[in-house]
Design a protein around this ligand. Structure first.
Ligand code: ZN
Length: 314
């Protein structure tokens, strides 16, 4: 397999939505907005800010409209609202502050039923409708295929199924296709193979990847995805979030860990690592806990300046 690392990747900051959605203690709307503003300060230019879903199902996102009303007016930042159906799309569009709708299709019937009360095909149909609504409203629409690398109910998911879904969503006008390892079971070889297949199917549309570090393979999967030609990565400051099917598990790949790895490897992300680490520390205080991100604890490298022993004892 030929490796094709780009010089530059695009990061999508998903902490305000995927990160916080899986945290038991909800953040106030004001704190969510501060997180979004701090992420922008650090360099984030595409942010999944909330989801427009039934507040009874996801109480953490019940303030979607209030979050949108408080978003900064920035032409250089793309704000994404995640939606599952027409109702959600209409709510997101009505805010007037969302730039892009994110639709989610699920790879298997059982997971699609559990997550959003529809079949896998039904979730593709819903995504097509969402993309059409986005375009009609002058927004863009993208789609993510949940459980691309494994399903909590059915186990292994046939790659042909993911490729067929990606082709259908691309034909519906999605601006990119995201492959999500929703439950954190992907391995780098699987990632390289599936990203390659999907990239070749939807070209010239880009492939985005979304990994959860549930079993510690998150960063390895990011690297494998880039080598296979993915150019957009979802990540969450602090690595916050969790996995609804693995209690106690770590969340999304941490933005600061991804930025550290890529910038050290000579791949530009547009995000400032030191600023991200500051956001991590602030967020840890707000959430009153230690966040999973490793670089948030250790700091970057090279170190800013280490005092010599002479100076220390002087
Ligand atoms: Zn996720």
């Amino acid at each position: 397999m030929t490796e094709m690392y780009t010089e530059r990747v695009e990061l999508v900051e998903v902490s305000p939505r995927d990160g916080l959605q899986n945290e038991p203690d909800n953040l106030s709307t004001a704190s969510k907005l501060e997180l979004i503003n701090r992420a922008i300060e650090a360099g984030a230019r595409r942010i999944e800010v909330t989801s427009f879903v039934n507040p009874r199902a996801v109480p953490q996102m019940a303030d979607a409209e209030a979050v949108c009303a408080g978003l900064p007016r920035r032409r250089d930042v793309t704000f994404i609202g995640l939606v599952m159906n027409r109702r959600g799309a209409e709510r997101a569009i009505a805010t007037g502050r969302i730039d892009q709708l994110g639709a989610v299709s699920v790879s298997t019937d059982r997971f699609a039923m559990a997550n959003q009360g529809q079949t896998s095909d039904g979730s593709v149909k819903a995504a097509r409708e969402i993309i059409a609504l986005a375009k009609a409203a002058g927004l863009s629409g993208q789609a993510t295929i949940a459980a691309s690398f494994g399903c909590p109910f059915d186990g292994e998911v046939p790659e042909a199924r993911i490729v067929a879904m990606a082709a259908e969503l691309a034909a519906a006008g999605a601006t990119e296709i995201g492959l999500a390892d929703t439950i954190g079971v992907a391995n780098p070889r699987h990632v390289a193979r599936l990203v390659t297949m999907v990239r070749e199917t939807i070209a010239p549309l880009p492939v985005r990847v979304h990994f959860h570090n549930t079993r510690g393979t998150g960063l390895a999967n990011v690297w494998a995805a880039l080598g296979a030609g993915a150019t957009i990565i979802d990540a969450s400051i602090g690595g916050i979030g969790g996995c609804p099917f693995a209690p106690g598990a770590a969340g999304n790949v941490a933005t600061e860990d991804v930025v550290y790895m890529l910038e050290r490897a000579g791949i530009a992300t547009g995000v400032d690592l030191d600023a991200l680490i500051s956001v991590n520390h602030w967020l840890g205080q707000v959430m009153k806990k230690d966040l999973p991100a490793m670089v948030g604890k250790a700091g970057g490298f090279p170190l800013p300046r280490v005092n010599t022993v002479e100076e220390e004892i002087a």
